[in-house]
Ligand binder design. Structure first.
Ligand SMILES: [Zn+2]
Length: 255
C-alpha cells in the first residue's frame, strides 16, 4: 500500500497542493481509499479508485495504489478549477419550467457527471504542462478502461437511445486526447455510429481551437460543445422534450 505521507512530499504533489491552497481556503485532506467511510445513504460501500469528495467542511481526496502521483494531482486540480471560478453546471429555471422537478433533478445529476468529464480536458493539460507528469502511462491506464467501456456500448447497442448517444459523445470526446490507446474500439464505434463519431470529431476540433485555460474560455467551450450535443440529438430526431433540457443547460461562472 502506498505511503500517503511520502506521496505528499513529492515536489509535483507539493506544487499542486500549493496551487489549490493559494486559490481556496477550504481545508484539504488526503487519505488512502481504504480509509473511506460511508456516511450518506447514497455513498458507495467502497471507492473503486482515487476520488475527490466535496463536503461542507472541505475537500477530501482519496488516493489508491495505481499511479498515485498522477491520480492525486488529478484530484487536486478539480477543486482548484472550482476555486478559480470555473463554470458550474445548471439547468436554467426559466427555460426548464415546463419539466417536472423530478426530471430536472435527474438531469442535473447527469450533467454533473458530464461537467466532470469536460473538465478533464483542462485537468489533463495541467497535469502535463503545470506539474510535469508523463501522461503516457496515465493515458494507457485510462485507455484500458475506456476500451472496455466502448466495447460494452457496442455489444449492448442501446439502439435509438438518444440519451445514451449524447452521453457517449461526451465519453468519446474525453478519449480523443489519448485515442492512440483506444483506436481499435474507436474504429469499431465509428462503424457502429458514424454520425455520433463525426460529431465527436467536430467537438474535439472545438476543444483544440478554443481552450479551457481560464473560466471564461471554458464557459464558451462548454457552450459550443452543448450546441453540438443538441445538434446530435436533432440529427437522430430524438425526444424533443429531453433535448430541450440540453437547450436549458448553462454553465454559469462560479465567482
Ligand atoms: Zn477527474
Amino acid at each position: 500500500m502506498i505511503d500517503v505521507a511520502e506521496l505528499l512530499k513529492r515536489p509535483s504533489v507539493e506544487k499542486a497542493m500549493a496551487t489549490l491552497t493559494n486559490s481556496s481556503n477550504r481545508p484539504v485532506t488526503v487519505k488512502h481509499v481504504s480509509q473511506w467511510v460511508k456516511t450518506q445513504p447514497a455513498d458507495p460501500e467502497f471507492l473503486p479508485g482515487a476520488a475527490y469528495v466535496r463536503t461542507e467542511h472541505g475537500d477530501d481526496i482519496y488516493v489508491a495504489d495505481v499511479l498515485p502521483e498522477h491520480m492525486l494531482i488529478h484530484e487536486l486540480i478539480h477543486p482548484t478549477l472550482f476555486a478559480e471560478g470555473y463554470p458550474d453546471v445548471r439547468v436554467s429555471e426559466g427555460a426548464a419550467y415546463r419539466f417536472t422537478s423530478e426530471k430536472r433533478q435527474w438531469f442535473i445529476g447527469y450533467l454533473d457527471g458530464i461537467l466532470n468529464q469536460l473538465e478533464h480536458h483542462e485537468v489533463h493539460r495541467r497535469m502535463a504542462e503545470d506539474f510535469g507528469l508523463d501522461m503516457v502511462p496515465y493515458f494507457r491506464f485510462k485507455g484500458e478502461h475506456s476500451s472496455a467501456q466502448l466495447t460494452q456500448i457496442i455489444r449492448t447497442q442501446p439502439a435509438n437511445n438518444w440519451l445514451s448517444r449524447q452521453k457517449e459523445s461526451i465519453d468519446i470526446l474525453e478519449m480523443m486526447p489519448y485515442r492512440v490507446h483506444v483506436w481499435k474500439s474507436l474504429n469499431e464505434y465509428e462503424r457502429y455510429s458514424p454520425q455520433t463519431y463525426s460529431r465527436c470529431k467536430r467537438m474535439f476540433e472545438i476543444v483544440q481551437s478554443m481552450s479551457f485555460k481560464a473560466p471564461h474560455e471554458a464557459q464558451a467551450t462548454y457552450r459550443a460543445i452543448r450546441d453540438e450535443v443538441i445538434r446530435l440529438g436533432e440529427e437522430f430526431r430524438m425526444d424533443e422534450q429531453l433535448n430541450d433540457l440540453w437547450r436549458a443547460m448553462d454553465f454559469p461562472l462560479e465567482s
